[in-house]
Design a protein around this ligand. Sequence first.
Ligand code: 2P0
Length: 351
Amino acid sequence: MNEENFIPTHSHKEVANGEVKARCSSNIALVKYWGKYDFQLPANPSISYTLTNSFTETSITFKKSNDFSVELYLDNQFQEKFSSKIYTYFLSLKRFLPFIDSYSYSIYTKNSFPHSSGIASSASGFGALAKCLMEMSEMLGEITTEEFKLMKASFLARMGSGSACRSIYSGLAIWGKNSDIPSSSDLYAVSFPFEIAPIFKEMQDTILLVDEGQKQVSSTVGHSLMNGHPYADLRFKEASKNLSDMSQVLQSGDLEQFGKIVEHEALSLHAMMMTSSPAYILFKPNTLAILDKIWKFRRESNTHLYFTLDAGANVHLLYPEKEKGLIFSFIKNDLLKYTENGNLILDKVIF
Ligand code: 2P0
């Protein structure tokens, strides 16, 4: 598949107005996307779990108009900055959705997680928007199959925010070309194409909210700092190898190896930030305290509790469902004190 395959071949139907709705989950990367080239294409492949309880719900009402406009409401509050960002995003999709600038749009969106939680809403947000746009395109006559609709939604979501393209799929999603995953592409994400060991279908993700504030350096800036980064080439090669290894692990069910790759990826992501120019650190002292406790707990208990990190201070705790009892007591007794307001999100992968 190349970009041309996403350009509709028929002209669209005249539809005066309508409404479309979609829900899209957030995701947590196991192998991280960090660095891009050209227009929102990943410098290395990544794989993520799509989550159950952290999601965005969006509805779009559209009306035929000579005056293309976008009004976006988050929790029913008009958002001027987001409206103009989405206006620009919609225009960037014109080649692939030729009707896009013939309508005026009112977009209502809400997240299941608090706005200030430090959980990025760009993945679920752009994912939900892209799903809505594919619904609309179908109403206007674009001929699709279910498989193509997901692929194009992922392609459109990617153009809004890279990680969003993985959120279109439940379970595990891979974005970025990797020779061990024949269906993989830099243009869109695909569902993990192999049989997954049962243990990895019931992974829990408890998110400890260490810092609920706005982070100082956005991911978009973080990605751009990989251009000319002294370790960039090595990082991109290693991430690709980690993805191949992770693919094997997910099929074989090797939990220890899973943990090794996941934690190494999380720390590598933050090592890239610390060695960027200018350098920056998104960890907080409490992030480190949590990691330290996890390593100690793992040495002392016979459990499989692993951490991963997003581009922020919050810690994602990954563990199999059958170890939930013991691990949750540990979280409550030993980790909760390191969160900002005793806040956490209980989540798990969605299949
Ligand atoms: C990821 N992150 O794989 C990595 C790991 C955060 C840490 O992708 O500029 O919001 O919109 O493409 O996708 C966050 O960056 O960046 C991200 P853009 P995005 O999930």
